[in-house]
Design a protein around this ligand. Structure first.
Ligand code: MN
Length: 211
């Protein structure tokens, strides 16, 4: 996703109001058009004077921090992370009911968590446990084993060698307008629009890439 510099803010893969009533239209406008746009702009600004980095992908920028000039290491970590995480989050939602299209991911969830209900509960507990701003992820390792992890700020699972399958953004800007401080209500609503078809496709890619 999102090749290299100059990075762009891709349009949402659905209408701004498509996730109503679970995720409200105004939040989607602000979250996509302003928050994500700001990460895109700041990432491009950080990279502008470093032509050697202009053919690096987001993933390369995020996983090779030690090869970045020291003065842009932090802005690249935060803003490349912000771009990667937001595109992942937005593409990971859908107005369609995708629960029956998770494919091999469904079997892996049952294998690694016991049941889909047990998985949802553990994912929700993890998302509730994020202190301050961050994300909760479903990830796969090289053997295809699933884990639920949390990341702070705009950090990604990529730096831990894990392959991301699904994520929820639990920064307050993702839910405050509709859910106020009710993060649990937001997580429940996110489950209604999570795109399990895409998660299943990503899981399949994770397993073939990492194995
Ligand atoms: Mn966000």
């Amino acid at each position: 996703m999102n090749e290299h510099y100059p990075f762009v803010n891709p349009p949402l893969p659905y209408a701004y109001d498509a996730l109503e009533p679970y995720i409200d239209t105004l939040t989607m406008h602000l979250h996509h058009d302003r928050h994500l746009q700001t990460y895109v702009d700041n990432l491009n600004k950080a990279l502008k004077d470093y032509p050697a980095l202009h053919d690096w992908s987001l993933e390369e920028l995020l996983t090779n921090a030690d090869r970045l000039p020291a003065d842009i290491r932090t802005p690249v970590r935060n803003n490349a992370g912000g771009v990667y995480n937001h595109i992942f989050y937005f593409s990971g939602m859908s107005p369609s009911d995708t629960r029956h299209y998770a494919g091999a991911l469904y079997d892996a969830v049952v294998r690694d968590f016991g049941s889909t209900d047990a998985f949802f509960q553990r994912f929700k507990d993890a998302a509730l446990s994020v202190f301050g701003s961050g994300y909760t992820w479903l990830t796969a390792d090289g053997s295809g084993k699933l884990s639920i992890i949390t990341t702070a700020n705009q950090d990604t699972p990529l730096t831990r060698g894990l392959c991301p399958v699904a994520t929820i953004d639990v920064w307050e800007h993702a839910y405050y307008l509709k859910h106020y401080n009710d993060r649990a209500g937001y997580i429940d609503d996110w489950f209604q629009v999570a795109n399990w078809k895409r998660a299943g496709e990503l899981y399949r890619l994770c397993v073939s890439e990492l194995s």
